[in-house]
Each structure stands twice: as structure tokens, then as C-alpha cells.
Design a protein around this ligand. Structure first.
Ligand SMILES: [Zn+2]
Ligand SMILES: [Zn+2]
Length: 417
């Protein structure tokens, strides 16, 4: 079959690549400073162009396809791209040997990107488990400063006691009811004299075709157990709300299928003064909108009107943002002040690289002015007297202040209502 030939070619191509690997940026035809978007789009175009399904029997295209995939694999992850930029191919090689590098199958990569099925029949016959999503609540300050966080979840794992056989002594029998097929044929009567044959899953063995005389005590013959399993996630500075981190093949494991992917979704936690705010920072109660932060500050009438006030806001990482006005500087109610660069760090898909410095969104402060509903008697008297004095002296011309025209403008047409 032709795909065996193709697989062999692939192996050869890999060997070649290790010997004389071309610059990955050149392979994709992008600049060294290219964004992840540019890299992605270059890969999309080239991988489609060289895909073996489009170029049957063309070994040059095949080699190109593998090259392009390898280049994308290396440059699409911020971590490996950094290593590649610093240490080149050799550095990546070392990194791969040190583990941590994901599957290195160009067809896998293609499938992931285009949502396609496995190619060359290599995945046929192998069932895949479900993908799982794990939602974790992250405090806003961790989105701000970035963090490595570890969580535990109840992962289904292959039982270690019986190595996934389900048997205490390693003995597994073929099911006598279905004779190992896992299914049985049942006759159903539709009408007198009319029967239908239906395939049903074998009840005796649960469709496995095997029975276990002495069940493993650890898993009770289920071959799998649920165990608390840690997941380590890196929360990038400024990662968007709802950001997903992919762990390939880390979902529930089973002897029956290849584990699906685990997605960890970062949700923003509701702020709580007691639980998550040991440093009592105001920033915990900032509201996030994209890269910007929002805050409401309350001013007294005196402050809003006369000025001469300061506020020290403690930001999410504890640094101080100073707000204030000099004497005579008025703040109108609901005025929104923009504090440049005090928002969230701007997150980039390609991570914090040498190509850019961290930029920040803005902080928007909305001022609310509160009028006192009670005043000390003496104070009320003083204010009253003061107002009376100025009321008498200058008066207030409401019409003039309104800025409306002096004469009523009459239109020629009649008002229809
Ligand atoms: Zn077991
Ligand atoms: Zn059976």
C-alpha cells in the first residue's frame, strides 16, 4: 500500500532534517519578528499546498510538508521558539530529549489545526477518549502578575495493581455468552411470525468479550481507577478571561482508548475581601474589561468642588496609584479619569518574547460625588448664611446660565401635535 511507502519517506525525511535543518523562519517564509498569527497563517498556506493528499506520490512535496510542520511545531509554542531563537536546532534537540516536547507527528499537527481526521489510516481502529474541560477560578491579581498554579482533579487512570487487566491473578477468560465478540444477536418479534434480528451489547461481559474470574481488588475489575491528579498551569500575565490551556492526551485514561485532550479554562474568580485579599489591595475590586481596568472612587462635596485631596489606590501587585487634585480643581460627578498604563498587561499569543516589552491597558476611574444628607446644626447654619449672602449679592440667573436663546424661535410650520 502506498502509505507504507509514505511513512518510510517520512522517516527518511526526519533523518535528513536532523542532519541539515533549514532555518525555520525561512522554511515558513516569515521574518524573525513574525507574530504568532503570521506564523500560523504561513503554516496554514504551506501545509495545505504541500499536503500529501494533494500531491500523491510527490516526494519533494512530502519532504516540504514535514519541514513546514516541524518549523511550525517549533515556532508556534512560545517556549520552543525562545529556545530555538537562542540555541538553534541543537538547543531544540536537547530540549526534546529532555522531554516535555509534544508528539512530533506532522499529520497530528495538521489534524489539530484543521480539525481533520488522522491521515494514512494510522489512527483507524484506535478509539479516542473524550476531551475534557477543567474550569478553574483564578483571582484577578494572578491574571495581572502571572502565576504557576497547581490543581488536582479526579482523573481516571489505568489501574496500576493489575496493569489494566482488571484481574487479580492476570487470568482473563473469553466470555462464554458472546464467545469473545462482545455482542449478541437477539431475535425480536415484531408481529406474529415476523422477527427482527438485533445486535446487542453482551450483558455478561459488558461488551468486552472477556470475563475475569478473580477481580483485581484495587479496581474491582474495572481496570481503571479515579485518582487525584495534579495539573500545573502557567497563567500568563494578562491572559484573557476564558483562556484555554491544552494538555494533549491528558484526559481520562483507559485501556480501551487513547486518552483525549484536557483543556484547562481560566475563569475569573469573584473577588472576596476575606479569602483572596491578604494584602488588602484595592485592586482586588477592580473590574476588568479586556486590557483595561475600572474603578469607582467616592468624593465628598468639598473634595469634588474645592479640590485639595489625594487617594492612594493599591494596585493588584501592591504598587500605589496616586489620585488627587490641587485646591481649586473641580471634579464633576461621574467624571471618568483615564490613568494611562495602569490597566492589565497586554497578553500576546506568542508570549513575552524579546520582540516586545510588556504593554499595559489603562485604568478608568469614575468619580461619584456624595452629598451629605445630615449636617451638624452649626455647619448647616454657616452654609445657609453663606449662600444667603451670595444669593443676595449676585443672584442666580437661571435663564442666562442655561445658555438658551433669549427669544423663542417660532417656526412657520404648525406643530402637528
Ligand atoms: Zn486493577
Ligand atoms: Zn460477553
Amino acid at each position: 500500500m502506498w502509505f507504507h511507502g509514505a511513512a518510510l519517506l517520512l522517516l527518511l525525511a526526519f533523518a535528513q532534517l536532523v542532519l541539515c535543518a533549514e532555518d525555520y523562519y525561512k522554511v515558513l517564509g516569515v521574518q524573525k519578528t513574525a507574530s504568532e498569527k503570521e506564523i500560523k497563517s504561513a503554516y496554514r498556506q504551506l501545509s495545505k499546498k504541500y499536503h500529501p493528499d494533494k500531491n500523491p506520490g510527490d516526494s519533494t512535496a512530502e519532504t516540504k510538508f514535514v519541514e513546514v510542520s516541524e518549523a511550525y511545531e517549533a515556532l508556534s509554542s512560545a517556549e520552543t521558539r525562545k529556545i530555538y531563537d537562542q540555541y538553534g536546532h541543537e538547543g531544540l534537540q536537547r530540549h526534546k530529549q529532555g522531554g516535555g516536547f509534544q508528539s512530533h507527528d506532522p499529520f497530528d499537527l495538521f489534524g489539530r489545526m484543521f480539525g481533520g481526521q488522522g491521515h494514512f489510516g494510522r489512527h483507524s481502529g484506535q478509539r479516542r477518549g473524550q476531551n475534557l474541560e477543567l474550569k478553574v477560578n483564578i483571582a484577578l491579581r494572578d491574571f495581572y502578575s502571572g502565576k504557576m498554579a497547581e490543581f488536582e482533579w479526579d482523573k481516571q487512570q489505568i489501574c496500576e495493581e493489575c496493569s489494566g487487566t482488571g484481574s487479580a491473578d492476570g487470568h482473563v477468560d473469553t466470555c462464554g455468552v458472546c464467545r469473545g465478540h462482545g455482542i449478541v444477536i437477539q431475535k425480536q418479534q415484531l408481529a406474529p411470525g415476523m422477527y427482527q434480528q438485533v445486535q446487542m451489547q453482551c450483558h455478561a461481559c459488558g461488551g468486552r468479550g472477556k470475563t475475569i474470574p478473580h477481580k483485581c481488588p484495587a479496581c474491582g475489575g474495572n481496570r481503571v481507577v479515579r485518582k487525584k491528579t495534579p495539573v500545573q498551569v502557567t497563567i500568563d500575565r494578562g491572559a484573557p478571561r476564558g483562556h484555554q490551556i491544552l494538555f494533549e492526551g491528558e484526559a481520562d485514561a483507559s485501556p480501551d482508548y487513547v486518552a483525549g485532550d484536557l483543556f484547562v479554562t481560566l475563569q475569573e474568580k469573584e473577588p472576596s475581601l476575606e479569602e483572596d485579599n491578604p494584602d488588602k489591595v484595592d485592586g482586588t475590586f477592580f473590574r476588568r474589561r479586556g486590557d483595561d481596568l475600572h474603578w469607582t472612587e467616592v468624593l465628598s462635596v468639598r473634595e469634588a468642588w474645592m479640590g485639595d485631596w489625594t487617594r492612594n489606590l493599591t494596585h493588584l501587585d501592591g504598587h500605589i496609584v496616586r489620585l488627587g487634585r490641587n485646591r481649586g480643581e473641580v471634579v464633576q460627578p461621574n467624571h471618568v479619569e483615564t490613568v494611562k498604563g495602569e490597566g492589565m498587561p497586554k497578553w500576546h499569543e506568542d508570549g513575552d518574547s524579546v520582540y516586545h516589552q510588556t504593554e499595559f491597558g489603562d485604568l478608568y476611574v469614575t468619580y461619584v460625588v456624595v452629598l451629605p444628607d445630615q449636617m451638624e446644626k452649626g455647619m448647616e447654619k454657616d452654609f445657609w448664611a453663606l449662600w444667603q449672602k451670595w444669593r443676595g449679592k449676585t443672584g442666580v440667573n437661571l435663564h442666562k446660565d442655561s445658555g438658551r436663546p433669549d427669544k423663542v424661535v417660532l417656526s412657520d410650520e404648525h406643530d402637528e401635535l
